[in-house]
Design a protein around this ligand. Structure first.
Ligand code: ZN
Length: 164
């Protein structure tokens, strides 16, 4: 994968950029058929017209900027639609599937930490790293890292299956 993560908002932006746009549990996609979906690559003008909120830089994929955002109040452009993030699996390029998961984590964290957990004041987004900083008490919060692990308990050529 040719995705380079970065939280530092670029001074010079690529002419077009990939936008990972979320609304509740869904992500904005384009695609000619239901079985082949892609993340939209938008001009800055188009992105501005969509009235996106919470726009955050994610990094670059093949030297093209990647941003995450939440859907704005404007109507959904005709050639796009919202689908569940899970439904992208197998229908979008594997790299974009992976970046979409990362984008979702950064988007949700940014949305959920709008206010300081210590004093309740509105936080501001960091400009050089994924952080939210409280202007009142200087508490800095960072995205949570949520690793996952899968194991198999095997004995005598049998595998333990459990539920719950
Ligand atoms: Zn605070």
């Amino acid at each position: 994968m040719n995705f380079v993560k970065s939280a530092a908002t670029p001074e010079i932006r690529s002419e077009k950029a990939y936008y990972f746009i979320f609304s509740h549990n869904d992500i904005l996609v384009s695609g000619e058929s239901p079985d082949r979906l892609s993340i939209p690559c938008l001009s800055e003008t188009t992105a501005t017209e969509m009235g996106l909120g919470g726009v955050r830089f994610l990094g670059r994929y093949d030297s093209i900027d990647c941003w995450c955002a939440r859907m704005g109040p404007s109507d959904l452009p005709e050639k796009y639609r919202m689908v569940s993030l899970r439904s992208l699996y197998g229908k979008a390029d594997a790299d974009f599937w992976s970046i979409s998961g990362y984008a979702r984590q950064i988007h949700d964290w940014n949305l959920n930490f709008q206010f300081c957990g210590r004093c309740g004041r509105a936080t501001a987004a960091g400009t050089t790293e994924h952080s939210r900083i409280c202007p009142q008490c200087s508490l800095t919060s960072y995205p949570r890292i949520s690793p996952a692990i899968i194991t198999a308990v095997v004995k005598d050529n049998q595998i333990l299956l459990a539920r719950g």
